[in-house]
Write a protein that binds this ligand. Sequence first.
Ligand code: G3P
Length: 214
Amino acid sequence: MKFFLDTANLDDIKHYAAMGLLDGVTTNPSLVAKTGKSLKQVITEICEVVDGPISAEVISTDKKGMIAEGLELAKIHKNVTIKVPLTEDGLGACRELAQQNIKVNVTLCFTSVQALLAAKAGATFISPFIGRLDDLGQMGLELIEDIREIYDNYAFPTEILVASVRSPQHVRFAAKIGADVCTVPPKVIGQLMKHPLTDTGLAQFLKDHEKSSE
Ligand code: G3P
């Protein structure tokens, strides 16, 4: 499974890229707004740090505007992946951009039939938001299972990019289900590494070492 970092914060991106953990980065308008920088500046900086798909989301909601924005954003770098929402206009823009060999990440996906349409439209990635489904008391991971089954039934090349990830358990089960990518917030990627027994075990090793060298 590929790991993308779900942030526009360059320091966090540099930190985890330096560990060799990152296969790409996803941003969205809310994450970019936190930086105080323009989308073009943010995406340009990220493309200089991570050699993989970098998602940049359009702001337009009409097909024509999405396509125009997507074509402009794609000029920033070969790795730029255009994020469009899963709407009628978004699917239309996806088809047009895909036909121009521009990678598209269709986002804000909440049902398996939405994901089916995105695959038909030529999406490179589909982003089901599992955390937001969990927030409603639904089982976000069941959506990943359904999409995986449907995509495998028809050998769709669209990659399942699990988004709205809130915990290491989300990552664990996304991997068990066979998702292609998990886009993980910096907080969660940090949690993936941690276990209290690792910390206490290391402390004991060091304590025993100190005793032996006394
Ligand atoms: O990539 C989408 C992600 O940033 C949304 O996460 O936690 O706002 O649902 P969240």
